[in-house]
Ligand binder design. Structure first.
Ligand SMILES: O=C(O)CCC(=O)C(=O)O
Ligand SMILES: [Fe+2]
Length: 485
């Protein structure tokens, strides 16, 4: 029995959609959508596509042939993903050109151990080639805390982990994918349960989505192992819920961008030779998804080594280290991230005073909403063991970078870069609101932050306190009594 498709993803002209509409209808509701009209004028759409609408592979070989990239073999499963190898772009392009000479159909229908079908994935193209502006991120996706943070900070501070990983692999979440017809991505939910957007520069993709409310149906009875290929031979005994799942389907054409919401499992097939541009991101609307994933992965990491707890001096640190290695960050990294975002938001509001005032109002409204999201997540972080007072002596120094005072954080050059980037995206998002703002103008933050600068932010409870002090009109102690320090 094939899978049941119950819904089609909506298609909307992105040029008719303001940021506010997009946030209300899709980001907040966490619903996928296909957006048209947002790739007009991209250099990539000229340079990377031949006159007959196929990938201009020679352009890549000529200009970026020496880049080293990850290539997945779509015929070889490796745990939950496909087996990956590293090769140069030239080598991959030679492979693609070789395939198009021996017709596709022949290769894609064969599926045994001797054949391979290669898909270039997760190429950090923007990081590697910053001078060549292939595209500009559409306004609807610029509220991207993940990538602006990574432009000035590292996400994980565990030195053991970062030194073993290729620097560029943790550098950002802006990717290019190049795949011949038949290449595909197995069923998954995205890293950190972030949102993603994916734009087809050329080619065509078939997407299958499962809403988060049905995700238990694609796991085994222990909710541990996940279906790998929804079109594969799925054992009903092992995955008893699978046939009940109702999927959403979408065929994404050239020049269309798909928005993938948080926590929606999806599987993707390239129906033609396809080049796509893809970002992962999160912001105030899906921040709680990131925290909930960290909690879930932390509990799994802990359970996995529960039997050695008694012989460990510092069990908590080992759990955090494993969490960072498996998930890409741990509780301390996420806390450091939230702290810097909160402080950057505050210092932006402080510096807003002299700006155009209708835009300032709109910016402050965004900032307040961001602070609400951070306040809410930091409040739920307060109760975890990792931040318990008695354990504070165990915080590994390099992990615990946020355990310093606000002043010190705000003096750093990396922090200033973050502020500038955050200011820039807020201005972009608010540019459209100029006319319709009310006349009243009041900056909602205590604009004098100097008396907060000696404030220590050593744990989530202190971050919550700082936000309440900085925004007395919006966060009062009664409302959040349960989380008070
Ligand atoms: O295009 C693909 O093969 C996968 C893309 C994807 O999973 C995503 O954009 O989240
Ligand atoms: Fe994905």
């Amino acid at each position: 029995m094939g899978i049941q498709v119950g819904a089609k993803v909506e298609r909307v002209d992105g040029r008719q959609l303001g940021y506010g509409d997009f946030a209300e209808r899709y980001l907040k509701k966490n619903i996928p959508v296909v957006l048209t009209g947002l790739m007009d004028g991209w250099q990539a759409c000229t340079d990377w596509v031949t006159a007959d609408g196929r990938p201009n592979l020679r352009f890549f070989a000529e200009h970026f042939g020496n880049s080293m990239v990850q290539v997945a073999d779509c015929f070889k499963k490796d745990f939950t993903d496909q087996k990956r190898v590293e090769m140069s772009v030239s080598e991959y392009i030679d492979y693609c050109l070789g395939i198009s000479i021996n017709s596709h159909a022949e290769v894609t229908n064969r599926n045994d151990d001797t054949e391979s079908l290669l898909y270039l994935k997760d190429w950090h193209f923007v990081k590697e080639h910053p001078k060549y502006v292939a595209y500009t991120t559409p306004l609807l996706f610029v509220d991207d805390w993940l990538n602006i943070y990574l432009d000035s900070h590292r996400l994980s501070h565990d030195s053991d982990i970062t030194k073993n990983k290729n620097e560029i692999n943790c550098s950002d979440y802006r990717f290019i994918y190049i795949g011949v017809k038949g290449t595909w991505t197995p069923l998954h939910a995205d890293v950190f349960r972030s949102y993603s957007w994916s734009g087809n520069v050329c080619g065509k993709k078939l997407w299958l989505f499962l809403p988060p409310s049905q995700c238990h149906l694609i796991f085994d009875r222990y909710q541990k192992s996940l279906v790998y290929d929804v079109h594969g031979d799925i054992c009903e005994k092992k995955f008893p819920g699978f046939n009940k799942a109702i999927w959403w389907e979408c065929t994404q054409e050239q020049n269309e961008i798909i928005f993938v919401p948080s926590g929606w499992y999806h599987q993707v097939h390239n129906l033609e030779d396809t080049i796509s541009i893809n970002h992962n991101w999160f912001n105030g609307h899906n921040l709680s998804w990131v925290w909930n994933l960290l909690v879930k992965d932390y509990n799994e990491a802990k359970e996995y080594i529960e039997d050695i707890r008694d012989i460990c001096d510092d069990f908590e640190s080992i759990c955090q280290r494993n969490l960072a290695a498996n998930t890409g960050m741990n509780f301390y990294d996420f806390f450091a991230f939230l702290t810097r975002f909160a402080l950057a938001s505050m210092s932006l509001l402080r510096d807003l005073k002299d700006e155009d005032f209708s835009q300032s109002r709109s910016i402050s409204r965004h900032v307040i909403n961001n602070m609400r999201a951070i306040h809410s997540v930091a409040s739920s972080m307060g109760s975890v063991d990792a931040f318990a007072e008695a354990k504070s002596r165990f915080y590994p120094h390099e992990n615990y970078v946020a355990g310093s005072d606000a002043e010190r954080i705000m003096e750093g050059p990396d922090f200033r870069v973050l502020c500038a980037d955050l200011g820039r995206i807020l201005k972009d998002m608010c540019a459209e609101h100029h006319q319709d703002e009310a006349m009243e103008h009041k900056i909602p933050c205590r604009t004098d932050l100097s008396d907060l600068s000696g404030f220590k932010i050593r744990n989530p409870a202190e971050l919550v306190k700082l936000i309440e002090l900085a925004f007395p009109d919006h966060f009062n102690a009664c409302e959040f009594k349960s989380h008070a320090v």
